[in-house]
Structures are given as C-alpha cells and as structure tokens.
Design a binder for this molecule. Structure first.
Ligand SMILES: Cc1cc2nc3c(=O)[nH]c(=O)nc-3n(C[C@H](O)[C@H](O)[C@H](O)COP(=O)(O)OP(=O)(O)OC[C@H]3O[C@@H](n4cnc5c(N)ncnc54)[C@H](O)[C@@H]3O)c2cc1C
Length: 444
C-alpha cells in the first residue's frame, strides 16, 4: 500500500474525468425534449429553484428556436445559470419537482436544456444585459465565489461600480476550486467568470485577503457599502488520535489540488477511507477512485435514511465502485513510522432525533479496524470564526449573523455560505441577489 501520484495514463485520467452529463449536440435534440414539457400552470420546477428561474418560459423559448431569449430568461434570474446546469443537485430541485415524476415518466431534462441555452450564450459572447447610467456609487465585495459574483452583477446592472477582493488567483470560489472535475472543468469556470464580468463595471483584485492585505475598516471608508461573501473555507477536524499522521488529508484541499495541479500530480492512496456522506464526501471518494485508488470506503455515522447527499450522488459513488459502511464513526487513526496504516472505527446505532429532526448516532462500544493508507476528511466545514470576530461582525455559531443580508455593522452586508454555513451554488447565487437588493435599498 502506498500514496503515490501519476497512477494512471493520461488517456485513463481523461476518460475517468470526462463530463458526467454530456450536452445536447444539436438544437433539434434539445427541441425534442423541450417539446415534452407540459408547461404546468403552477410550474413546480420554478418554485423549487432557489433562484426562481422561469423554467417553462425558457423551455418554451427553446421550442421556438429562440435560444438567445431562453438564455436571457435563465441568466436574468441566475447569472451562474450555466454553471448551475452542471452542478445543481437537480434531482432534489427543479427536475425532482417535475410532474412527470408523478406519472412515473422521465422528468424533463431541465438542467441539460438550461445548459444548452446558457453555453450558447457564453460561446457566442451574447451580452444580454445593459448597465444603467453610472450612479457614482462604489461597492466592495469580499470573495469572488457565486455569492460575490451574483451580487456584483446585479449591482453593476444598476450602474454601481464594484471591486471584488479575492484571496485566490482565480474567481469562482468553490465552483472553481471545490467542485468535482467531472462536473465542471477549471477552464469552464474561468469562462463563466469572464462572461459575468463582460457586462463591465466589475473589477476583481486577486490575491487580496481580508484580515491580511486588506481590512474591513479601510473598505468601509473607501466604499459606500461592503458585501461579505467569503464562504466557509476550513474542513472540520475529526478530533481523534492519530489525525496528524501523514496520509490524513482534508477533502477540500484534496479536491483543490486536483483542480489546481492536474490529475497526475495528486497523490492518492491504494486503500482510501472517506469520512462523511455529504456532497463533498461523494466528490472526494469518486475522485480518489478515478485517480487510481484500488479501494475506497466511505464511512457514515448514521444510515442511508439520514445521509445529506442525494440518492443520485450516492449512486455515482457506488457505480465508481466505492464501498459504504453505514453506522460507523472514526475513533483512531493508526500508523507506522508516522504514516497511516489503518482506521479504527466504532459501530454506531441510531438514537433519538436531534434538533434538526435526524436521529442521532449513539456509540455501541464495538470497534473494527479498516486497513487503509489514506484518510480523507469530509465531515463538514467550519466557518472563518476568527475573521468574523476580529472584524466585530456578529457571530452566529461561527457564521456571519445577518438578517436579509444586513449585518450588525452599518453598510456591511453578507451572504452565501458564510451566512448559511454551506449550502449549494444556486443558494449562494440567490443570496448574492438578495444582498444586492439590500445594498441598493441602503444606498438610495
Ligand atoms: C467539495 C465541495 C463540493 C461541492 N459540490 C457542489 C456541487 O456539486 N453542487 C453545488 O451546487 N454545490 C456544491 N458545493 C457547495 C458550493 O460550492 C457552495 O455552496 C458555493 O460555492 C458557495 O458560494 P459562496 O460564494 O458563498 O462561497 P465560496 O464559493 O466558498 O466563495 C468564497 C470566496 O471567498 C474567498 N475568500 C475567502 N476568504 C477570503 C478572505 N479573507 N479575503 C478574500 N477572499 C476570501 C474564497 O477564496 C472564495 O473565492 C460544494 C462544496 C464543496 C466544499
């Protein structure tokens, strides 16, 4: 057993990481599916989209060949509509709400149709929005992830100049650095950021980190308002003995390296354990397998009924050959010469429901050893608590406390993962829109 990079050939990597949901090749193929839409009067698909995209309208526009109009319908509600068409867990959102599910027929492939129109808009560089006359107002945004970019686009449309301060070298946030490579490629993310910026009036200052190279007080003096969109960056610790051994990595850094360094540069074990059962855990497990790990085992403290990922996501991991051990919690990492050789896990049983209504895992005292050479931690993220405290922002269990995007500091607004603790891209896009509305109300 060993942790090595370059386990596979270039062809094999490319095959393993190819697009998981291939697009429509032609408008006719898109029209066939679009014409199946029943255009329900109460559109449950639209109600279940956090950004409220008018799904029946954009699908109708595709049926008539009005792809530009369709892209405008999507992007005016969700400026990251192209990215969302690739990463949204649509089985629990728009497609999950499609009435065809009730008839036991295939739901309309809403995401694929959305992808068709929005990718055309990006390819053709259609500028679908016009900036209003410059208002003379200036807003600073911290973080160029989905929440920050969405807020910036709405403000720019209203004639407000925006400067985004981003600590990384690229924009897009977790979309660029965190999401599995078989869902979105780094080059697509770059194109999407550039497409958003093409409206004008938005500048991104890269490698600028709040708390280090820039300070909130200075931004407040220089700008008419500040929007905080810093996400939740840090992986939660397991807090068990042996966590410091070589071979224990966190899922976010593991995925960051895949996206930043290339497939053959990322070291992966032969036998890998992944702790957690959320979207991040699935992405880490499937990508470890696709990088060449011979065995990947996912451990989750509860049962399938309580898992945070969707059935579709679990099936991706299972189809990749990942194993799952339900009702098991990590207890100790064991190793030889400072390197991981195994994970001792404890069997759990389900107890009473917790505050969120999910039944809590209760230790049984019975343990077992899993022989592994790598452990990937994907048991949630912890917010940037210190940054929040240092800037005197009100702290809600480590997240920024805000009501309708308004924080305790006058002129400072917040939204996205840094407020909700970590949801999905589409929720962050909506948060950015809400933040922009609150800022506009404050400024005028
Ligand atoms: C591994 C993983 C996989 C995921 N997969 C999916 C998926 O398949 N589908 C889906 O819909 N969602 C997925 N999500 C969730 C989704 O990525 C997030 O909900 C979304 O990106 C949140 O957007 P945001 O703008 O609030 O934060 P982020 O995307 O985290 O963006 C925050 C930005 O702020 C910057 N920043 C942070 N601190 C500072 C600072 N001090 N100074 C300056 N800049 C700073 C960061 O570099 C980053 O660019 C996943 C999340 C993870 C971790």
């Amino acid at each position: 057993m060993s942790i090595t990079s370059n386990k596979l050939s270039t062809e094999q990597y490319n095959k393993n990481f190819q697009d998981i949901h291939p697009p429509f090749e032609t408008i006719d193929a898109a029209k066939v599916e679009a014409n199946r839409c029943l255009f329900c009067y109460d559109a449950p698909c639209m109600k279940s989209c956090p950004t409220g995209i008018d799904v029946p309208k954009f699908i109708k526009q595709i049926t008539t060949g009005n792809v530009k109009g369709s892209a405008h319908t999507i992007l005016s509600s969700n400026i990251m509509g192209a990215g969302c068409s690739k990463v949204c867990p649509v089985e629990k959102l728009c497609e999950g709400a499609c009435v065809y599910n009730l008839m036991e027929e295939e739901a309309i492939p809403i995401a694929k149709l959305q992808r068709y129109s929005t990718e055309k808009a990006m390819e053709q560089q259609w500028q679908l929005f016009e900036r209003k006359k410059n208002t003379g107002k200036k807003v600073a945004i911290v973080g160029a992830g989905p929440a920050g970019l969405s807020c910036a686009h709405v403000l720019s449309r209203e004639g407000i100049d925006v400067t985004i301060y981003e600590k990384e070298k690229k924009g897009g946030g977790l979309m660029t650095y965190g999401i599995a490579a078989y869902k979105v490629t780094p080059s697509f993310c770059e194109d999407e950021v550039n497409y958003i910026l093409s409206i004008g009036g938005i500048t991104i200052q890269y490698e600028q980190e709040l708390g280090k190279t820039i300070q909130l007080e200075d931004l407040r003096k220089k700008y008419d308002a500040v929007y905080m969109a810093i996400g939740v960056g840090l992986a939660r610790k397991l807090a068990i003995p042996g966590e410091g051994l070589a071979g224990v990595v966190d899922a976010i850094s593991f995925i960051y390296d895949i996206r930043n360094n290339g497939f053959n540069q990322v070291p992966v074990g032969d036998k890998v354990a992944v702790i957690g059962m959320g979207m991040t855990a699935i992405d880490a497990a499937t990508q470890a397998k696709r990088l060449g790990a011979s065995e990947v085992t996912m451990l989750y403290r509860r049962t399938q009924d309580e898992m945070p990922c969707t059935e579709v996501e679990l099936n991706i991991a299972k189809l990749d050959g990942c194993k799952v051990i339900w009702l098991a919690a990590p207890k100790e990492v064991v190793g030889v010469n400072g390197k991981v050789t195994g994970l001792i896990a404890e069997k759990m049983k389900l107890g009473e429901p917790d505050a969120g209504g999910r039944r809590s895992p209760v230790p049984t005292g019975e343990t077992f050893l899993l022989e592994v050479d790598m452990i990937i931690k994907a048991a949630g993220q912890t917010p940037f608590q210190q940054l929040i405290d240092n800037n005197n922002l009100e702290n809600n269990q480590g997240k920024i406390s805000s009501k309708n995007a308004v924080t305790n500091i006058k002129g400072v607004f917040a939204g996205g993962d840094c407020v909700n603790g970590g949801k999905e891209v589409v929720d962050a896009v909506q948060a950015g829109k809400d933040g922009a509305s609150a800022i506009i109300q404050f400024l005028f």
